[in-house]
Design a protein around this ligand. Structure first.
Ligand SMILES: NC(=O)c1ccc[n+]([C@@H]2O[C@H](COP(=O)([O-])OP(=O)(O)OC[C@H]3O[C@@H](n4cnc5c(N)ncnc54)[C@H](O)[C@@H]3O)[C@@H](O)[C@H]2O)c1
Length: 338
């Protein structure tokens, strides 16, 4: 039996607890949150319910922790859990600061900790299929790749203030998608962004357009916006010398209504909880398999670092109104250039 402790049971902590409960051989034994929703925790049959994460970190019967607390606490909790010998699943991003991500990477290596990062979109069956098509050369040589990622509604100012900004908070998933779908790192990035729809333009942008060059000289593009009028917009297109693949939005149903005014159908699923429900489940299935078979995870700290480097490069590109290479950022943090 794999005993799991959930650290932070807000929106995403609850999703992971639900997924884990569906996996045979897993016991969601404990949860810790200073503002714990006791009623929810009891309804889930979670035996130990705490306010303080230390209770879980110090419990030797806990094999695995799921870090689902706000971003600024991730690095400290990873380090503590690693030193206590736990396997760790941590939500994205690891941290907003590259130095701290490097420190986390060092500690994980030192303690030989099994660590998976919450890039859930890699476990979406459509994106997985596209990634495989690129890998097995069905598309031929890659020419260009496009990711459209728009949230249904903008978060409040208070969230944005501590989020690290659009690139580290939201685009980080899309940066990982570019790497996952292309099987390459990017070499250079140009970012444009503006505050077009929210009233917190003094602290962050809400709309962005990013172009990137991949290692083989092909191109990628990401389009982001914090809000739409029609739900969660998550689309991908990959164009190669042999074929083009296109992944559309996911809908609750595929009913089309036609009348004398035209044809209409459902809106895209509302947000990440609905759109990626299965992906969240699959990422935990894979993580638990890695634990049970002592196998390497498919998405770990190196992927978390590479996406964070892309986010830092994008931020610099926007601030300095120029293209920025990833090697420039690597050099800044004394990371071996590629
Ligand atoms: N992969 C994804 O799709 C995805 C989606 C949403 C959020 N996230 C990430 O997950 C993290 C949490 O986001 P959320 O939307 O669930 O936030 P949330 O605010 O809904 O939940 C965070 C919870 O952590 C608790 N908490 C705060 N400090 C704590 C501490 N020291 N110890 C224990 N619990 C503590 C809070 O009380 C809250 O219940 C963020 O880093 C976010 O970037 C990832």
């Amino acid at each position: 039996m794999v005993n799991v402790g959930i650290l932070g049971a807000g929106r995403i902590g609850k999703v992971h607890a639900l997924s884990l409960k569906k996996i045979a051989g897993v016991n969601v034994k404990s949860v810790a949150d200073p503002y714990l929703d006791e009623e929810w925790a009891i309804s889930q049959g979670i035996e130990n319910r705490y306010k303080d994460v230390e209770e879980i970190l110090n419990d030797e019967s806990i094999d695995v922790v799921y870090i689902c607390t706000p971003t600024d606490s991730h690095a400290d909790l990873i380090i503590k859990a690693s030193q206590k010998g736990k396997a760790i699943f941590c939500e994205k991003p690891v941290d907003l600061d590259i130095e701290r991500i490097l420190k986390v990477q060092e500690i994980l290596k030192e303690n030989n900790t099994l660590f998976q990062i919450g890039f859930n979109r890699r476990f979406d069956k459509n994106f997985k299929k596209i990634s495989q098509l690129v890998k097995n050369d069905t598309l031929g040589d890659l020419l260009s790749l496009k990711v459209v990622s728009r949230d249904p509604s903008a978060p409040p100012r208070s969230y944005v203030e501590s989020s690290g900004g659009l690139f580290l908070d939201m685009t980080i998933h899309d940066f990982d998608m570019v790497r996952f779908l292309s099987h390459q790192n990017i070499t250079e990035i140009t970012a444009k962004g503006a505050s077009l729809i929210t009233d917190y333009g003094d602290i962050d942008i809400d709309t962005a357009m990013l172009t990137m060059t991949l290692e083989d000289g092909s191109f990628a593009m990401i389009e982001n916006c914090r809000a739409t009028t029609y739900g969660y917009d998550q689309r991908v297109e990959v164009f190669g010398t042999k074929a083009n693949v296109n992944c559309k939005n996911v809908f609750d149903n595929s009913v089309e209504i036609t009348n004398n005014e035209g044809t209409s159908s459902d809106k895209p699923m509302y947000f990440f909880l609905e759109r990626y429900e299965d992906a969240y489940y699959q990422e935990s299935v894979e993580f638990v398999n890695s634990i049970n078979n002592s196998e390497k995870v498919s998405v770990g700290i190196e992927d978390a670092l590479e996406s964070a480097l892309m986010a830092v490069a994008a931020k610099k590109s926007l601030e300095e109104n120029r293209s920025v290479t990833i090697n420039e950022i690597r050099e800044e943090f004394n990371i071996k250039v590629k």
